[in-house]
Design a binder for this molecule. Structure first.
Ligand code: BMA
Length: 335
């Protein structure tokens, strides 16, 4: 143990992992990915749609294929639980400059589906926003400068502006290594972004010591925008924990509530994780164990919240909670 280590973490009792987890695994996908994870999920005209990340390799040999082979897959569902993956990936961006597109996040605004994504390019890692009407053609609306990613859009315009959460990677100015925080910015048209403000720093999250950033896109409730975030802690005493020789990080999901009129104002945050890696598919046998990465959140009319998350960078899972319990968690500070 090193002296900065966070130690054991457990999930909030308000969360129920679905007994059918994982809801999507490599074996369900017809074109042979080795990992299927970090999906964005939206409800579009009553049907659930999922855009997920495919990575390739050989779990038995513990080898992964070069990054360039990552692509995005598509699945539909009538109930948000049983998913039908389509026969082929939906987006492989063929461009001289682009290495791979990954970690999609979906937000429906005024009836159109927007997708935020990370894109590795030959000149740096960028965050992008595209719009799609059919999940086969993607019109790219904006790309950040390097280094930025984990962008998510709010479902509404607020005071006439669009808003996004993002996680730039300020390596030099934060003391070297990882020390990445969550920022918020706004735009009149989804193309030109400004008004950047620090929203949540690593130091504010008791279960992080490495980085914090957006998770699933925020959902609107009568109390404000409810949003998950990813929180990472590093413990140098950790060793091999997946396919790689060394994996010393743990990714948990946190939850907070942002003001409806001014989303750069945090109204409350759970000081304990919403989901910490505990289930067998989160802690064993994956590419990177101890990774829970929320990417989709749907608020149903019944008050049920479905939270989709990548597990061990290998499969896609779902957990549910009641919206009132999540709001209470944020406003009362945790557990
Ligand atoms: C980050 C991203 C995520 C991934 C996580 C854990 O840097 O690559 O897509 O889930 O690491 O490996």
């Amino acid at each position: 143990m090193n002296k900065f280590a966070i130690g054991a973490l457990t999930s909030s009792p308000v969360i129920a992992r679905h007994p059918h987890n994982p809801v999507l695994a490599p074996k369900d996908v017809p074109y042979g990915p080795a990992m299927v994870f970090n999906a964005g999920v939206a409800k579009v005209q009553g049907k659930y749609v999922m855009v997920f990340r495919n990575d390739y390799g050989d779990p038995k040999k513990g080898t992964i294929e070069p990054h360039g082979t990552t692509n995005l897959g598509l699945a539909y569902s009538d109930d948000g639980l049983h998913w039908e993956p389509q026969a082929a990936p939906c987006w492989m961006w063929n461009d001289e400059e682009v290495v791979r597109v990954y970690d999609p996040r979906l937000t429906v605004i005024d009836g159109r589906c927007y997708i935020c994504f990370a894109v590795d390019t030959k000149h740096g890692l960028r965050g992008g926003i595209a719009v799609t009407d059919d999940f086969s053609a993607f019109e790219v609306l904006s790309l950040s400068v390097p280094d930025n990613r984990n962008m998510v859009l709010f479902p509404d315009r607020i005071g006439g502006q669009y808003f996004r959460l993002e996680r730039p990677m300020p390596v030099y100015s934060r003391g070297g290594g990882d020390r990445f925080d969550m920022w918020i910015g706004d735009s009149p048209d989804l193309k030109y972004w400004g008004g950047s403000k620090l929203l949540l720093s690593v130091e504010q999250v008791p279960f992080a010591n490495d980085k914090v950033g957006p998770g699933a896109p925020p959902v609107r409730t009568d109390k404000g925008y409810l949003t998950t975030f990813h929180a990472v802690d590093l413990d140098c005493s950790r060793g091999k924990n997946g396919w790689e020789d060394r994996w010393q990080k743990r990714y948990t999901a946190g939850i907070m509530l942002l003001d409806k009129e001014d989303p750069s104002r945090i109204l409350g945050m759970s000081r304990t994780p919403l989901i910490a890696p505990e289930a067998p598919y989160e802690i064993r046998g994956g590419f990177r164990n101890d990774v829970v990465f929320p990417g989709g959140m749907i608020l149903e009319e019944s008050g049920e919240v479905k939270i989709y998350y990548g597990s061990a960078d290998t499969v896609e899972c779902m957990a549910t909670a009641h919206v009132d319990d999540l709001l209470k968690l944020c406003l009362e500070g945790g557990r």
